[in-house]
Ligand binder design. Structure first.
Ligand SMILES: [Fe+2]
Length: 181
């Protein structure tokens, strides 16, 4: 190797290391981050694709992926969902606004519910846990883009993929949310 090119590669080494580190960080970016469980989780919710109808209709769909490669779908994962009702109250006696959905053989899931209002100082949010064989349980929350309450809450630390955009189709709100476990 010529002295000049040796010197050039020696000088570029720190940059190469930075790029390498960034590549690793980007690869890790797909992992859905954990969030507070909150005080209202309740075990034993039933399997139901329609979680709640009393309120503004909202459908959430997405795919569950393996976070270690960011692309392998996870089938038969259980998503345990809970949120407040249209008055901002959690049902701690029964299972209103609580339900489980399962991912299909392509890792896809969908559920119908309501667009939960904000309560107290909290922005609108949907709590969820994901359980799948061979994966650590994930507990987190979904937020909604443009919600002014996010800035006053710990939700402001949520990664952008957990703050979802909604669109209206046939008068029903829809949101896409992929989960990486
Ligand atoms: Fe909550």
């Amino acid at each position: 190797m010529e002295r000049k090119s040796f010197l050039a590669s020696f000088l570029l080494l720190p940059f190469a290391r930075i790029f390498e580190r960034q590549r690793v960080d980007i690869a890790k970016e797909c992992k859905t981050q954990r969030d507070a469980e909150g005080p209202y989780y309740k075990e034993g919710a039933p399997l139901k694709p329609v979680i709640e109808t009393d309120g503004e209709a909202l459908t959430i769909s997405g795919t569950i992926f393996k976070a270690s490669d960011c692309s392998m779908p996870v089938s038969n994962a259980i998503i345990d969902i809970w949120h407040c009702n249209s008055h901002g109250v959690y049902d701690n006696d029964g299972f209103k606004c609580r339900g489980l959905v399962k991912s299909d053989d392509k890792g896809r899931y969908t559920f119908k519910t309501i667009f939960p209002p904000s309560y107290g100082s909290r922005p609108r949010h949907i709590h969820f846990k994901v359980r799948a064989t061979g994966f650590a349980e994930l507990t987190s929350q979904i937020y909604f883009r443009g919600d002014p309450q996010i800035q006053n809450d710990f939700a402001r630390k949520a990664e952008t993929s957990r703050v979802i955009s909604l669109f209206k189709k046939e008068n029903i709100l829809h949101g896409d949310f992929d989960i990486y476990i």
